[in-house]
Design a protein. Structure first.
Length: 302
């Protein structure tokens, strides 16, 4: 008995056993049909075709310049080029498992990374980004750290017209700067920075080591205002009690009481009523909620 494997109707050299293993496939092999011709003294039989399906994946990322997306940059993974859209984003599709080298280019720009190595292995890959710098321009870089030396991410570093944010390690780079004088400012909610600003002169070269120290701003808590019901008055009756919200005193007694008590509270003062039990002379000592007595005593009617 003999065997002969065929690919798309053409004999495969050396494929003359009962099984066949393809070499490393490429996207060009997608859809290829494989058959086996089996022969013996009784005759010949041909197997049903086996179709080869190549699984493909994508690589994506962005190309930015000066913190903004750069449109029209060419990004290639070898034989699969594409261009960035208006937001600077790109996606290269149809990649089989394997190793690739990404490169980006655009006339009038240089790139922070000449190439990026990528290995596709059963899934899409994202976040493969390039930074483009206009030819004839320069950059300012540095870091933002705490006093303990920990990087602070998300700090906006600005020259006024151009800005960028620190990464997870606290590092930043502002690119695309022409020769001239700039003032760097660092800002992030909840932090103050030292120095308050950094003056930088760009003159034909990139500038590095322009660093800030970040200090977390203190948090102040305003104490909650006391409610009237929480304010208590100290009292000293010869015989009786001073109570909060008892029945009202007669008008004459309330007039006599208020004539001798001066209220100076920051909060609205509570209404205080006196209810004598037996004696007509009482001493009031209101010591909380900012209430101070004007006189130590008041005469209440029976």
């Amino acid at each position: 008995m003999s065997y002969q494997w065929k690919k798309n109707g053409t004999d495969i050299g050396g494929a003359t056993t009962s099984s066949y293993t393809t070499p490393a496939a490429t996207t060009a092999d997608n859809g290829a049909a494989f058959r086996c011709v089996v022969s013996n003294s009784a005759g010949t039989a041909i197997s049903n075709p086996a179709a080869l399906t190549i699984l493909t994946y994508s690589v994506s990322g962005t190309v930015t310049s000066g913190g903004a997306g750069l449109a029209g940059a060419a990004v290639s993974a070898g034989a699969a080029p594409t261009s960035t859209n208006s937001a600077g984003a790109y996606t290269i599709t149809g990649l089989a498992n394997g190793s690739y080298t990404l490169s980006a280019s655009k006339s009038g720009y240089s790139f922070s990374s000449a190439s990026i190595a990528v290995t596709v292995n059963g899934g899409n890959i994202t976040g493969k980004n390039f930074t483009a710098v206009p030819v004839g321009t320069y950059s300012i870089s540095g870091s933002v750290l705490t006093g303990a030396g920990t990087g602070v991410s998300g700090v906006n570093i600005s020259t006024g017209a151009v800005s960028n944010s620190t990464d997870s390690s606290g590092a930043y780079t502002i690119a695309g700067l022409s020769n001239g004088s700039y003032t760097l400012m660092a800002t992030k909610i909840g932090y103050s920075f030292s120095p308050g600003s950094i003056a930088v002169a760009v003159n034909g070269a990139n500038i590095s080591g322009r660093n800030f120290i970040a200090f977390a701003a203190p948090v102040y808590h305003r104490p909650a205002a006391k409610r009237h019901g929480e304010c208590r008055a100290e009292r000293n009756f010869l015989s009786g009690r001073l109570r909060h919200r008892p029945p009202q005193l007669p008008v004459a007694a309330r007039t006599a009481l208020t004539a001798h008590i001066q209220i100076s509270a920051v909060l609205p003062p509570p209404v205080i009523h006196a209810v004598p039990l037996r004696l007509t002379t009482a001493r009031y000592s209101v010591a909380r909620c900012g209430i101070q007595p004007d006189r130590p005593s008041a005469i209440l009617p029976h």
